[in-house]
Design a protein around this ligand. Structure first.
Ligand code: 1HE
Length: 264
C-alpha cells in the first residue's frame, strides 16, 4: 500500500489498482469546507490517473456530516452560488469520470455527505449508518447535486419526505429504497467496498467507462435516442483489442463462467 498526503483533509492510499480516499476531518465529522472540496478534487484526479477503481472511506465514526455549516453561515450569496457550482463540478469528476467509485458508509451520511455518496457508483453501508437531509431544519436547500442525484436514486417523493421531515433513515430502509446496494455488519463497510472496487478494477476500463458515462446519459434520453446511443457505445466497447481477448478467453474456456449468487 502506498501513501502520500496530497492534502491531509483527504488521505490517499493505493493498493494495487484500487485507490482509497479517506475523508480525514473526524473532529468536525468530516464536514465539507471549501478547502475540503478542493482536497476531494485533487484526490479524485490522482485516483483517476493512477487507479482503475476507487473507494471513498472516512476517518472516525461518521462518513460525513455534510456542508461545513460554520463556513457556510458566513458566505455572501454569490459565493454560495459559486461554492455550490464547485461541488457540482468536483462531484461530476466522480460520477462521470473515467473510473468507478465505491463509498464505504458508516455513522452520519448527512446532507452533502449523502450527496457525495450519491455521486459514487456503488454504496456499501454498515449497520451504524444513518441517512438524513436536514436542510429544511437548517433553513437551506441541497446544493451538492442532491436534487438531481439523490432524487433519481431513491425518488423525488422519498427525498422530499426526508427533506421536509428531517428524519433519519436506516441502512436497511435505504437499501429497500435503492439508495445503497449492500448493508454489512458494523465495521465491515471498507473491507467490502474495497473488495467490490478490486473486482471492478479487473473489468475492461472501456466497459467501466461506458457504464459510468453512457448509462446515466441514456437514462436522461428518450427511449429511441437511448437505444441508438446504446448501439454506438456497445460497438465502441467491443471493438477494442481487450474485448476481443476477453471474448476469446471465454470461448476457449480459459476464464470463469458466471456463478450463481453467493451472499450478494
Ligand atoms: C460541524 C458539522 C457541520 C458537525 N458543519 N461543523 N449537516 C448537518 O446538519 C449535520 C450537523 N451535524 C450533526 O448533526 C452531528 O454533528 C452529527 C450527527 C453528524 C454527529 O454528532 P456527534 O455527536 O458525533 O458530533 P458533534 O458533537 O455534533 O460535532 C462535533 C464537532 O463537529 C462540533 O464542533 P465542536 O467545535 O463543537 O467540537 C460540531 O459543531 C462539528 N460539526 N457537523 C460544521 N455540518 C452542498 S449543500 C449540502 C447541505 C448540507 O449538507 S445540510 C446538512 C448539514
Amino acid at each position: 500500500m502506498t501513501e502520500n498526503h496530497s492534502d491531509d483533509l483527504v488521505r490517499y492510499e493505493q493498493d494495487g489498482d484500487v485507490a482509497i480516499l479517506t475523508l480525514n476531518r473526524p473532529e468536525k465529522r468530516n464536514a465539507i469546507s471549501d478547502r475540503f472540496v478542493e482536497a476531494i478534487a485533487l484526490a479524485v484526479a490522482r485516483a483517476t490517473e493512477n487507479a482503475k477503481a476507487a473507494v471513498f472511506a472516512s476517518e472516525g465514526t461518521h462518513f460525513c456530516a455534510g456542508l461545513d455549516l460554520a463556513e457556510h453561515s458566513e458566505k455572501p450569496l454569490f459565493d454560495a452560488v459559486k461554492g455550490s457550482r464547485r461541488w457540482h463540478a468536483v462531484f461530476d469528476l466522480i460520477e462521470r469520470g473515467n473510473i468507478p467509485f465505491v463509498s464505504a458508509l458508516k455513522g452520519a451520511v448527512v446532507g452533502g455527505g449523502f450527496e457525495l455518496a450519491a455521486a459514487t457508483h456503488v454504496r456499501v453501508a454498515d449497520t451504524t449508518a444513518f441517512f438524513a437531509l436536514p436542510e429544511g431544519t437548517r433553513g437551506i436547500f441541497v446544493g451538492g447535486g442532491g436534487s438531481v442525484r439523490i432524487a433519481r436514486l431513491i425518488g423525488a417523493a422519498r427525498m422530499g419526505d426526508m427533506m421536509l421531515t428531517g428524519r433519519s433513515v436506516s441502512p436497511d430502509r435505504m437499501e429497500s429504497w435503492g439508495g445503497v446496494s449492500y448493508v454489512v455488519p458494523e465495521g465491515e463497510a471498507l473491507t467490502r467496498a474495497s473488495e467490490i472496487a478490486a473486482r471492478m478494477a479487473e473489468n475492461s476500463p472501456v466497459s467501466n467507462y461506458a457504464v459510468i458515462n453512457a448509462l446515466p446519459r441514456i437514462r436522461d434520453m428518450s427511449a429511441e435516442d437511448g437505444l441508438f446511443t446504446e448501439s454506438l457505445m456497445a460497438s465502441i466497447a467491443s471493438d477494442t483489442p481487450e474485448a476481443k481477448d476477453r471474448l476469446r478467453a471465454f470461448l476457449e474456456k480459459r476464464v470463469a463462467k458466471v456463478q450463481a449468487p453467493g451472499d450478494g
